[in-house]
Design a protein around this ligand. Sequence first.
Ligand SMILES: [Ca+2]
Length: 499
Amino acid sequence: MSRLFSRFLLAILLVLGAVEVLPAAQASAERPNIVLIFVDDLGWKDVGCYGNEFVETPNIDQLAAEGVRFTNFYASGAVCSPTRCALQSGQNQARIGITAHIPGHWRPFERVQTPRPTNAMPSETVTVAESLKQAGYTTGYIGKWHLGSGELFSPGGQGYDFDAEINGPHFEGKYRARRKDLKPKAGQYRTEFETDLARGFIQRSSEKPFFLMISPFAVHIPLGAMSSKVEKYRAKAGDNPDTHLPHPIYAAMIEHVDDMVGRIMDQLRQSGLDRNTMVVFTSDNGGLYRRYDFNPEADRSVSVQKPLRGEKGTLFEGGIRVPLIIRYPGVAAQGKVCDEPTITHDFYPTFVELAGGSLPENQPIDGVNLLPLIRDPQGSLGREALYWHYPHYHHDRPSSAIRQGDWKLIEYIDGTGQTLLFNLADDLGETTDLSQSNPGRTQQLRQQLSRWRNSVVARMPIPNPHYDPDRAGEWWSVRTGKPIDSQARKRFPATEKDL
Ligand SMILES: [Ca+2]
């Protein structure tokens, strides 16, 4: 028998053997599906199981009762695009340069000039969807993308078989899918449309393992929700102008998201997939308290994150600490809490491990596989530190941060040299700066943060020759290249009745 023929025979036997041992249907039945619900701007304190007593979130709370709830989970960034970039690429967004929301805004007359952020995730990035496709998964994307426009940079161009990118705020006629054949029903609120698309995808995909990312635009401003829900929360708040409560429309938006979770879980049960699917529920950044250019006379607050300090657009806990719930029956502990610090870019290696795939070569992966923690929430990842880099003016000044154990250091990179040190175990609200009383730890963390920034080639602000204290507060739009006129902003309808 010639060597060539014996190899051929061996190959045939291997194929036959493989088919016999592992039929395709059985293989897919054993490999779990992944559903990631990635809410926009949902803060750490915005749902019931994280301590919110005003908003009703029975479906999200049920998810926590059946899975693991993470108390120290962080968004990779303080705003949308950076965290989304970290999620898709498995690495800190500072490596890619998407450090601000796309297209962003800036303050041309501030003390420092901030780096112009990259305006699309490069197409050569191997996304989590591409890695899962490589492992034989069908991939779907529904909702907000915010990582660049045009075919090449769309979800479809970045590894998603089903691309239902949707843009525009919450009411029918105001938002639309990029794919023109995907149309909402008359009067349909955006999260309901997104949920219908998700249910359809799950129904169509039960033959093969799938990864579905659902990225609702709720609960991002402009505030807008269906009147039935808004009226309920207005009645609940009464005439109380108490800013310790979330805005009634915001509360209603959270309930829309809770409905979404309930209807997606129903579909998984109907399709017989609820036991073999990992469901992940989280947010892209902390809750918004007020617009960055907010006029205190004009409106009331949106979300309340107390006892956390800060909000979306800051590196205080209120800007980056967000909910994370993972439900995966048979594997994830039920109703348990995990206090280990974790971060958005951990999803990439977690999902790829779950799918039995492999991580891309030649692409640094900063995330850590969370499966051991999902099995044993009391375990530890043994990670040295978590890092953030946000070199832009927004709700705070340009800054970087490091968390190591219970210690957190925020360094302002705006030419002031200011540094804040907190111990989160004693001071979750970051009220007491310990940098003066702990100079040794402050210096160590500051050096470690600096080494990390160098290692990822993080772009830094530079002194601004046009610095003008009188005009430093002006906001300019990257999209128009002109100053932003906050007073001229159009008011958006609060409910469908205002349309
Ligand atoms: Ca966001």
